[in-house]
Every structure is written in C-alpha cells, then in structure tokens.
Design a protein around this ligand. Sequence first.
Ligand code: NAP
Length: 513
Amino acid sequence: MSQQLQSYLSGAWVTGSGAGTPLVNPTTEETLASASSEGLDLGAALAHARETGGPALRAMTFAERGAALKALSAAIHEHREELIELGIANAGNTRGDAKFDIDGATGTLAAYAHFAKSMPEGRGYLSDGAAIQLGRTPHFQGQHVYVPRHGVAVHINAFNFPAWGMMEKAACALLAGMPIFEKPGTPTAMMAERIARIIVDSGILPEGAFSFLVGGAGDLLDHVGPQDCVAFTGSSGTARILRAHAAFVERGARLNVEADSLNAAVLAPDVEDDADVYDMFLREVSREMTQKAGQKCTAVRRILVPEAMIGEVGEALVEAIARVKVGDPADKETRMGPLTNASQLASVHEGLEKLESVAEVLCGGRESPFDKGAFQMPTLLRASAGDAAPVHADEVFGPVATLLPYSGDAGEAACLVAMGGGSLVSSLYSDDRAWATELALGLAPWSGRVYMGASKISEHGMGSGLVLPSMTHGGPGRAGGGEELGAERGMQFYMQRCAVQGFKTIIEGSFTA
Ligand code: NAP
C-alpha cells in the first residue's frame, strides 16, 4: 500500500480525508504515496502559527535565530542520503540533481546563519541606513527600522525544488522573525514531507514556528490577513490567480511572486572557438538545459548566437548534449532522469509542438526511446529568425532550448532577450569588455540577474542557473516581479519598514545599528 503523506498543523501531524492526489515514481510509473488537504482546518492552523510561533520567534535575537538555522541545516544534512533516495524515487532526480536540491537547502540555511552574525546584537529588528537629522538641531532625528511582521509567512512552492525552494524561503522568514507555513508542490511532496518531519523531530524551532501542508492549497488564502506574507513560486498562470485573491486585493497581505522565465544565453561575436569562454558557454548551456531534466526556473531556454557561428555552435551543442546519458536516475551512470510525471511530459510535448512550428529540431524531439516513464530526450531546436515569436512566449519546462540567430550587435541581442517579457537570469559570454558592458546594461532592466561568462573566470564560473543566498533571486515582468534571498534583502519582505522619529538619544540608543 502506498504511503499517505501528512500535514503538520497546529502542532500535530494530521491526515487529509479522501483518496488524495497520487505521487508517482516517474521512472517506473509506480504510485508511491498520496497527499490530501481535504477537511483540514487551515484557518486554525494559521492562527496557531500567528499567535504561538510569531511571539516566540520575535522574542529571539538574530543570534538565536541564526543558531536555529545552523542547527536545522545540520539536522537536514544528517539525512542527506535518505533524501537523495526520495528525490530519485519521487522526482526522477539523478543523484547529482537531488544533491543540488538538498545541498542548496542546507547551504542556504547555513549562509543565513552566517549573515545573522553581522546583524545587531541583542535584538531581533534591523536598522535601515543611518539616523537622519530632521530638525534644526541634531536633537530631533529619524531612523528607518525593519521589524518582523506579526503574521505568518505562507510559502507556496513549485514541485521542482522540494528541498531548496522550501528552505530558501524558510531561512529568510525565520531569521526575520516570522513563523512559516510551508505548502510544497504536490507531485514531489515526499521529500518535502520528510524534511518537515526532520524539522519537527529536531525540536529546534519554537512551537508554532513551523507548519506544513501537503495536498492542494484549499481555502488557505481565505485565512490570510494583513500582517501575513505569501511567497509564491510556480507558474505565471497560478500567479495570475493568486494576484487577484482578496487576501491581497482587499486585505493587503503581501505577495512575492517567483514565476516562470525564458532565460537567454548570448554568445558574443568576439568569441573564437578556441577561447576558454567558448568552452565555458558550451559546457554551461548544455548543463543548464539538462540538469534536473531542464525543470529549473533558471534553465536556459533561448540561445542567441551570431548568425555566422550558429551552424558550428549547433553542432557543438548537439555533441555536448549527446554525452548526457538519459535513463533510470537510480543508475549511477545516468546524467538525466525523467520529468516529474506524465502531466509534465504532456505539457512539454504541447510546448514543443509550438516551437516546432518556427524551429527545426536538431536533436531530441517528441519520441522517447523508453517504453515507460516520463522521459523527454534533451532537445535542441534552431529557429531561422531571432524574433520567432513562440520561442519568446512559451516556457517549455523540460530539457528544451532553441538557438536563435542575431547579428552580433549587443543592442539587438538585448531587444531579443526583452521579447521574453522579463527573466530570472540572462547570461552572456564574451571577453570584450565594451560589448559585455553594453549588453549587461541592456539586459539588466529585463533580468533579475545578469551572469557574465569570460575566459578569465571559465574555471570559476558557477553556471547561470545557480541561485546564491548572497545575491537576489527573482526577475521582472513574466518572471513574477518578486525578489528573494540576497542576504538582508531577502528578509525585508517579512519585515515592516517603519520610520521612527524622535529624540536623538532614544533614536540612536535603540534604533540605530
Ligand atoms: P504551479 O502549478 O504554478 O504550482 C506552484 C504551487 O502553487 C504548487 O504548490 C501548487 O500546488 C500551488 N497552487 C496551484 N494552484 C493554486 C491556487 N489556486 N492557490 C494556491 N496555490 C496553488 O507550478 P509548478 O508546476 O509546481 O512549478 C513549475 C513552474 O514553477 C514553472 O513555471 C517554473 O518556471 C516555476 N518556477 C519558478 C521558480 C522561480 O524561482 N521563479 C522556481 C521554481 C519553479 P499543487 O502542486 O498542489 O497544485
């Protein structure tokens, strides 16, 4: 019999009623578990978090919250092997994919524990900048401060990073002093539920600071109030539904959206095929296409190459992709497993069909050499014109990317990237400082992050897809317009900025860092 996943609400493990949604092994198609939130009292659970977890966390200093994050990181890391197995079974992750997710989670917790060390001692609120003289004499001063909001941090996450997605939001909210209410993506919730149990069993967090919901969101948002914050990661379609909800429109809760993104990589015209930056470009683009079977919000979807080089680049990328062994992720030789489930495969096929209307398939396509499982072979397409509309319109959430020709002009490349309507990350590969600067500035208004590959850093580059706790993550427009991480910047969403004005001695003594 398959496992029935549980939620942790109001300080107890509870099971939703009904059959729930089946969670499968996408390689064998076996049903492993089910998840249901039916009949659970989400209003009471949010109230418990708000009334019990909130005050407990706010009573802690940054140093104490940071110590809790460090301990959580260690507790989760202790179960790394078990979590890797769950990623392989329930998400089609290779060992490498699962490690990327789990180590991303523990690494982000550890990084936030480290950031806590440079925060004000003996307190749990932040100063924003320096005190400002407001009156004619220095007696009357003002200081902006960030205090924890008195609500719940509701985290609604996508299926593709059950560990990292959950803990990157948790790290920011907990350090800011807000209790968290995690709702993971259902298809891969087995790993998230295991992590939830590790957190609860560890006893590291105070009562009410952590709640966990498996299955659909149900009426969760109906109970979200003005001091609550909802951080959402998922598709732009779901984001559209959330944005219109009364929780935000009428009650003024905060909403941060991390949505989908048609990230682009641009190769510069100065790059010769024997340059280190050329190898870097090929290596990173093929990895960003195939890691986690392309189910990464930061995966490269559009590859802009100067027209004169596009044939050669296409051949080199096809060769690099062919080296990625696709198969059962439990096999150590495998470098790319299946998609997360049959419905993701169907949606990738639908997207590919649209791309095929404007682009030629250089490798991959909709055929699978496997007789079962949600396998999608890595697929590279080549469009004949840089402005081929569907390539800039539809996110195909799998190992799929399209080569687009352009003239080599940085301004033209920036305009083509902007056709994606806003990206999480845009990357460029060039050793020409003037060209790289012009393009980076052209990309910046449309990108949450600009990753600049160059020969001098070809061995140090981390790949454009790596989300770092010290740098912000999020992008404008279709990418959701949200912002996460970036050290203290990621905590500000969970805190209220207040301008405190008064007598210098009190302002400087209590509010200035
Ligand atoms: P999704 O279908 O939009 O679901 C995301 C989350 O929203 C899930 O937990 C889902 O729950 C929940 N949800 C769905 N409908 C809801 C509603 N009406 N009210 C409240 N919650 C609701 O996205 P996905 O398929 O899980 O993830 C893939 C997408 O996420 C891709 O587009 C990818 O680009 C994007 N993504 C973005 C980032 C980023 O940082 N920008 C990171 C990762 C992924 P159920 O699972 O129970 O339906």
